[in-house]
Design a protein around this ligand. Structure first.
Ligand code: PEP
Ligand code: MG
Length: 556
């Protein structure tokens, strides 16, 4: 590549190569604070105007939700609910009744909630983009300006933005918007989730984006995390076409997971409940590698009964009759607080009473859950394995294994804490299998909140420290002759999947939509080249170099 070509880099979140002109979303409505206090009559009129604008915004979002499917529909409905939120509406109403014009009230009420959400951190902080989007839509409705958001291009284009609100991304047509690049956002942001669903390349946290104007031709490499500005057109077009041919292979992949030289690698799905398991069963996956049991009970004030749990678990087991299902005991806490488990007072929940640690104060929850799992497993034909999250010591692993095996279950633990990775040989001696949760292992290794957009470069599973810990666990699994899975989102990255397999990982589980890309890539490479890619990646000092080294080893 010529030195003259400007290249921007960011955090790659969805693989793929696309070439085309840049488009930017239309400007957000301008807001100038008013200095006038409303008269009593005007206050009544402004409350009506505000309510009508909020209702109009909610109705439009709901219409778009019903015209969409899957995650897009969920995201649009969730944003519509914010526009209908009683707390927000009444905060704005109060401000208007105290004399603020509707636009000022909308801005101030949103700020109150945005500050609160930011303070709460984690998933709540991620919703601030949604709140601000609702505010801007209401401001536009109040002033009769066009809806803020993404223009519909005439030809395939690359969408650049500071950050994309869910309502912007949810309606995108992947034939016309062929890649997403944002200045902000993390690998688990809404932008990333929607890009994954649309199957278009996506890079987040790209600095200097604002210097690239509408109409500039760019080549986006969602695997490497690079954006080439005004590249040589013929080579750029060829790269995008080659990628498309790969994409066609992915579309045709039907499993099973196997390297080109015939080494089996189970390609599995992560699910949350019966509905997502049934949806996953239509994908070419060999089973479930992670059933996150907490997700079905997040809003509960009291623990679900054993009977309720059995019904929930059967929903997943029965969707994968005859196949492997790895079910995880409750991972309550941190980004997934549960009212009946966690204390809202905990100062540092990511390092607090989370996952398996809840059994310390409430052993009966884990006992009851294991009883429910055993009972659901006995009634189904699935090959059920059970594992515990957030294990940090050998004793915790041994205790959990005894409880699970006592109920006739195959017992494993997740490796999400660096301590557990370092102790992998001793932990593997106690359990039947381990599964590496790379989302948390990366967060805890790098001491970087997995939800933080600002820290996206650190929460990258290609970080050498993370690769090194994963490789230690995989090597320990090989030595012990026991399965080592990866069930964090790292397993959704086809290039990283090859590296993981080369390290000795025996199964890969992630969002079901990622399975075909991972499986197709594995089918094109030999185990020897995966091992070479792992060696080369482990020899680098940063994620960009690791990706490049692995890519070269696999294509050589
Ligand atoms: C992980 O940490 O990688 C994992 C799979 O668990 P969760 O994302 O549910 O925390
Ligand atoms: Mg985890």
């Amino acid at each position: 590549m010529s030195d003259a070509i400007q290249q921007l880099t960011g955090t790659p979140v969805v693989s793929g190569i696309a070439y085309g002109p840049v488009i930017w979303p239309g400007p957000r409505p301008e807001f100038v604070a008013s200095t006038v206090e409303l008269s009593d009559v005007d206050r009544v009129r402004e409350v009506d105007r505000f309510s009508a604008a909020a209702a109009d915004v909610a109705a439009k979002l709901r219409d778009r939700a019903s015209a969409s499917t899957g995650v897009a529909a969920e995201v649009l409905s969730a944003t519509a609910s914010l526009a209908e939120d009683r707390g927000w509406l009444s905060a704005a109403g109060k401000l208007i009744n105290a004399g603020s014009p509707a636009a000022d009230a909308a801005v101030a009420a949103t700020k109150q909630f945005a500050d609160l959400f930011t303070k709460l951190g984690g998933l709540m902080a991620e919703r601030v983009t949604d709140l601000n989007d609702v505010r801007d839509r209401v401001l536009a409705a109040l002033t009769g300006s066009p809806e803020p958001g993404v223009p519909v291009p005439d030809s395939p284009s690359i969408l650049f933005a500071d950050d994309l609100a869910p309502a912007d991304t949810a309606g995108l047509d992947p034939q016309l918007v062929v890649a997403l690049v944002t200045r902000l956002g993390g690998p688990t942001s809404h932008t990333a989730i929607i890009a994954r669903q649309l199957g278009i390349p996506c890079i987040v946290a790209v600095g200097d984006l604002a210097t690239i104007g509408t109409g500039t031709s760019v080549l986006v490499d969602g695997t490497a995390g690079t954006v080439d500005v005004e590249p040589e057109p013929a080579a750029a077009r060829a790269a995008a076409t080659h990628w498309q041919a790969q994409a066609d292979l992915v579309a045709a992949w039907a499993g099973p997971g196997r390297t080109a030289d015939g080494i089996d690698v189970a390609v599995l799905a992560n699910v949350a409940d019966g509905a997502s398991a049934r949806a996953a069963s239509s994908k070419p996956v060999a089973g479930i590698g992670l059933f996150r049991t907490e997700l079905a009970f997040l809003d509960r004030a009291a623990a679900p009964t054993i009977a309720e749990q059995v019904t929930s678990y059967r929903g997943v087991f029965d969707a994968f009759s005859g196949l492997k299902v790895v079910i995880r005991t409750l991972d309550a806490g941190s980004d997934k607080p549960m009212k009946f488990v966690n204390s809202p007072e905990e100062a540092n929940p990511a390092l607090g009473v989370r996952g398996n640690r809840i059994a310390g104060a409430q052993p009966e929850l884990r006992e009851a859950q294991l009883d429910a799992i055993a009972s659901a497993a006995a009634a189904s034909d699935a090959d059920v394995w059970v594992m515990a999250p957030m294990i940090a010591t050998v004793a915790e692993a041994a205790e959990f294994a005894a409880l699970a095996r006592g109920r006739g279950l195959t017992a494993g633990v997740m490796i999400e804490v660096p301590a557990a990775a370092l102790l992998a040989p001793a932990i593997l001696a106690e359990v039947d299998f381990v599964s590496i949760g790379t989302n948390d292992l990366t967060q805890y290794t790098m001491a970087a909140d997995r939800m933080s957009a600002e820290l996206a470069a650190l929460t990258d599973p290609w970080q050498p420290a993370v690769l090194s810990l994963v490789s230690m666990v995989a090597a320990a699994g090989r030595a012990a002759g026991k399965p080592v899975g990866v069930c964090g989102e790292a397993a959704a990255d086809p290039l990283l999947a090859c590296v993981l397999v080369g390290m000795g990982v025996t199964s890969l589980s992630s969002a079901p939509v990622a399975a075909a890309a991972v499986g197709a890539r594995l089918g094109q490479v030999t185990m020897a080249s995966c091992e070479d890619a792992a060696r080369c990646a482990l020899n680098t000092a940063d994620p960009t170099a690791a990706r490049a080294a692995a890519s070269q080893a696999l294509s050589g």
